[in-house]
Design a protein around this ligand. Sequence first.
Ligand SMILES: Nc1nc2c(ncn2[C@@H]2O[C@H](COP(=O)(O)OP(=O)(O)OP(=O)(O)O)[C@@H](O)[C@H]2O)c(=O)[nH]1
Length: 440
Amino acid sequence: MAAGCRDTRIHPRLNWRTEFRDTAVERAYQHSMQSHDACQMRYAMLVCAGLLLTFSVADYHLLGFHDSFTLLLIIRLVVMSACLALAWAVWRRPALSHHATPVNVVCLLAIGGLLVTIPTRPELTGVHLASVVAASMALYLFVPNRWHWILINNTTLGVGFIVAMLLWSPMSGGMMVTILLLLAFLNLLGGSAVTQFNRLRREQFASLVAEREANHRLQAEIEERCQLEGQLRHLAATDDLTGVANRRRFFELAEHELKRAQRDKTPLALCMVDIDLFKRLNDRHGHAMGDLVLASVAACCQTVLRETDIIGRYGGEEFVIALPNADLNTATTIAERLRVAVAELSLPMIEEAASLSVTIGISHVKPGETWLDTAMLRADQALYQGKASGRNCVVVGSWLDHGRHAQREPGQLMLDAAPTTGDDATSIKGLARGLPPALC
Ligand SMILES: Nc1nc2c(ncn2[C@@H]2O[C@H](COP(=O)(O)OP(=O)(O)OP(=O)(O)O)[C@@H](O)[C@H]2O)c(=O)[nH]1
């Protein structure tokens, strides 16, 4: 068979009643079909009631206003009421369409009603046979019922018909055999139609379930991949030792902030933070301890900064911080707070905890600067100025022209004259006021 014509249906395991062998699956199937079956049951009962009413008119024409007509009318009214009652009950409670008792009581009532018409007009063999055929087909195809109940109802109808014919309308042996064969063929047809119908509906259900499961699996896989992708993206953007942004990610975020600052005409400050005499600490306590200190300093910086501030590991024991919406004065205050916080860090693993300190170089992006490089360079220069001036201080780099220290600008803090230390609180105050600060 060509690949395009391959049978892609799912063939579920069914029992002789063409129901799922797995009872849980069958229950799920029945549940999924409930509203459909309830609707079909309602229509079947309403149509049946309508037909009975119509047949009563035909009875009147055939029998006239006679006792047998009255008897028939009463029987038809009883069956009709039962059909209407079932239609109403199923409308109120759709689950009733899958309850054997009410459905079969109405079916047996209808069968009984049909059979009692035979003695009233025994000569109309053909009409009775046609009625039995129509009723049998309705029981097979129109009334949603389980296979074994359909079989029982149809057997009752067939046997009842034969008995009624034998009792009230004797016929030749040949005619009887013909009727028997006809009924047998009718049941064979009805039975195979129901079997195929049940099989097809359950195949469809099984395919739907399989498709849903495949979709769920796919959905779970997509979610897992998204999660993994998120983790990978996080790993690619994070410095795994300190947990802050790595250099590449820092510049991505900082460039973004630079654009925003230019658009909104707001200040953007940069800080370069370097741990003092880190090599000595490494040499004394080993790299593992050095790593711990690095992570602690990064964590300490994060506690001092706002959520909107960006911190990244620039390399080695050096961190870089972007402070959106911060001018030089604000940045100086934050940097000083950061310097003090690191100096006060208590790290039980190193005895020189008290001597742990950082030097911070500060700069800001000036109007007209479209890249971070120049401001970074100024901060770097300020940092080295701080190192040269004895470390553990904050230095503001205000002006750098192509790597050369330029002349002082009125009202600006000079790169080579702005270090502050914990000992020199006045210098930081001076910075904040924009006054020329003292050397540390
Ligand atoms: N433990 C550890 N050490 C690192 C890491 N990256 C760089 N270092 C070390 O950091 C030290 C930096 O030393 P230097 O550049 O001389 O600076 P310093 O000793 O801090 O001196 P100053 O900056 O002048 O105060 C070197 O010994 C590097 O090996 C790291 O990821 N973990």
